[in-house]
Design a protein around this ligand. Structure first.
Ligand code: ZN
Length: 267
C-alpha cells in the first residue's frame, strides 16, 4: 500500500508491503517544498518513484541508512541524477547495503540497491524553508532529524516510535537515544513527523514521557543490579517475559537487549 496524505504544506507517503491482504510494517516518507525526506523500501521503490517523478523533487535527505528509508534512492540517482544527502556515517552503509538481511527485514522491506549519498551540512534549505540538521544518534549512529524553527516542525526519522518501547535492537544505543531526546525536548515543536507514519501535534509532552520512561527504567534496573540480580531476572521483573519479538527478529529485538544495554554503562 502507498497512502498519500496532505498535512498542510507537507505531503506524507505512507507505505507498507501487503502480504495476503495484510499490511506489514509501515514507514513514511515526507515531501515539502521540493525536499523529499526518506525514500521508502525496496519492494515499493518503483511505485514510490513513479508517484514522485513529476513532483519536482529538488533535494533528498535520508534520516538514516536503514533499508526502509533509502529504498528508492537509486532510482532518483539513476533517472534524475539526484543524489540524497545523509550523515557522513550513513554514506558507506548506503553505498554498500548488506548482502543479506535478517529474514523478517527481508520479508518486510527487502535489500535496497546501492546509492551514493553526499554528506549533509549543518542546514538544508528549500525555497520557503530552512532546516537545521540535528545529529540524533541512538536508533542508529548516523541518525539525523530536520528541524524547521519557523514552523516548529521536526522530521524525526525513527527517534520516537512510541513512548514505551520495551525492546531494543541489538545495534541501538539507549544512552545516545536518551541524549538525543534531551536535545529535542526543549525545542518549541508544533509537529513531529515520524518515520513510522505517526504525526504528533505539540509532541513535547510525549517526548518527555519517552525520556522519563527510559530514565525510570535505568533507575529500577540499576537498583536490581546492585542487589546482584542477573539480567534475565531483571528483565522479567521490570519489563516482563519476552513476547514474539526475539523469535520474529532472530534475536535482533528483545527486552533482554534493552536491559543489557542499560547495564553496559553501569558495569
Ligand atoms: Zn530505522
Amino acid at each position: 500500500m502507498l497512502q498519500i496524505t496532505q498535512l498542510d504544506a507537507v505531503t506524507q507517503y505512507k507505505m507498507a508491503r501487503t502480504v495476503l491482504g495484510r499490511d506489514l510494517y509501515h514507514v513514511a516518507a515526507y515531501f515539502v517544498d521540493g525536499l523529499l525526506i526518506d525514500t521508502g523500501f525496496a519492494y515499493l521503490a518503483e511505485k514510490f518513484y513513479q508517484e514522485l517523478k513529476n513532483k519536482h523533487v529538488k533535494r533528498i535527505v535520508n534520516t538514516h541508512h536503514h533499508e526502509d528509508h533509502v529504498g528508492a534512492n537509486y532510482l532518483f540517482e539513476q533517472r534524475q541524477g539526484l543524489k540524497a544527502f545523509a550523515h557522513s556515517l550513513a554514506r558507506p552503509l548506503i553505498e554498500k547495503p548488506p548482502e543479506k538481511l535478517k529474514l523478517y527485514r527481508d520479508v518486510v522491506w527487502g535489500v535496497p540497491q546501492p546509492a551514493h549519498p553526499e554528506a549533509i551540512g549543518a542546514t538544508i534549505s528549500t525555497a520557503k524553508h530552512s532546516f537545521g540538521v540535528l545529529h540524533l544518534p541512538g536508533h542508529s549512529h548516523d541518525h539525523i532529524g530536520l528541524y524547521e524553527p519557523q514552523q516548529g516542525w521536526l522530521f524525526s526519522g525513527d527517534l520516537f516510535l512510541s513512548v514505551k518501547v520495551r525492546v531494543l535492537r541489538l545495534d541501538e544505543d539507549v544512552y545516545a537515544l536518551m541524549d538525543s531526546l534531551r536535545r529535542v525536548i526543549n525545542l518549541p515543536l508544533a509537529r513531529l513527523f515520524c518515520g513510522s507514519g505517526k504525526v504528533l501535534d505539540n509532541p513535547g509532552a510525549m517526548l518527555k514521557q519517552k525520556l522519563a520512561f527510559y530514565e525510570e527504567l535505568e533507575q529500577r534496573i540499576e537498583l536490581l543490579h546492585q542487589k546482584g540480580w542477573e539480567a534475565e531476572k531483571i528483565r522479567d521483573a521490570v519489563l516482563g517475559k519476552e513476547g514474539v519479538w526475539p523469535w520474529m527478529s532472530q534475536g535482533e529485538f528483545s527486552k533482554l537487549n534493552l536491559v543489557k544495554a542499560i547495564l553496559k554503562r553501569k558495569a
